[in-house]
Design a protein around this ligand. Structure first.
Ligand SMILES: [Mg+2]
Length: 151
C-alpha cells in the first residue's frame, strides 16, 4: 500500500515550527511497515523548504527515509492545475476524525490489510498495558458503590 503520513502531531508532538517530542512507537511502526511489510511511505506535511528539511533530517537521523515528501514519487513535477491530493491508499494524520489512534492500533489496522477498524474488540486487543483509572474516578465509583449505584 501507499501510505501518506503526516509529521507534526503524528510522528512528533505538535510543536510546529519546532520539532516536538517523539510520539511513542511512531517511527518504530513506520520502519516496520516499510522494511518488513514493504509499504511505500510518503511524508505528507504542510512543511516546506527549511522546515520540511528539518523533518526529513529528524526522520533520517532516526533511521527512516520516506519514499517521497509531499509528492507521489520523488521526482514528480507539479504542474499548475494538478490535484494536490496524493494517490495514497491510507492517510495517517492527527487531524483524522476521531484523532490519531495509538500507533500499535495503526500497525494492526494496516497489517490486517484494511483501512478500517474492524470492531471494538480489535481496539481493545492492543498489546499495551491497561491504563489505571485515576484516583478521582476510583473515588467516585467507590462512593457510587456505597450508595448502591451500579455500572
Ligand atoms: Mg498534523
Amino acid at each position: 500500500m501507499t501510505i501518506a503520513v503526516d509529521f507534526d502531531g503524528t510522528i512528533v508532538e505538535h510543536e510546529y515550527p519546532k520539532i516536538g517530542k517523539p510520539i511513542p512507537f511512531a517511527l518504530d511502526v513506520l520502519k516496520k511497515l516499510q522494511q518488513d511489510e514493504h509499504h511505500k511511505l510518503i511524508m505528507w506535511t504542510m512543511r516546506e523548504g527549511k522546515l520540511l528539511q528539518e523533518a526529513i533530517d529528524y526522520c533520517e537521523n532516526n533511521g527512516l527515509t520516506f519514499y517521497a515528501y509531499n509528492k507521489n514519487y520523488p521526482d514528480e513535477e507539479f504542474q499548475k492545475g494538478d490535484p494536490r491530493k496524493l494517490g495514497a491508499d491510507v492517510y495517517i494524520d492527527d487531524r483524522n476524525i476521531g484523532g490519531l489512534p495509538d500507533w500499535g492500533i495503526i500497525y494492526k489496522i494496516i497489517k490486517s490489510g484494511s483501512n478500517t477498524i474492524p470492531d471494538y474488540d480489535f481496539m481493545l486487543d492492543s498489546d499495551r498495558p491497561a491504563v489505571k483509572k485515576n484516583w478521582l474516578i476510583q473515588l467516585g465509583e467507590a462512593l457510587d458503590k456505597q450508595s448502591g449505584k451500579r455500572y
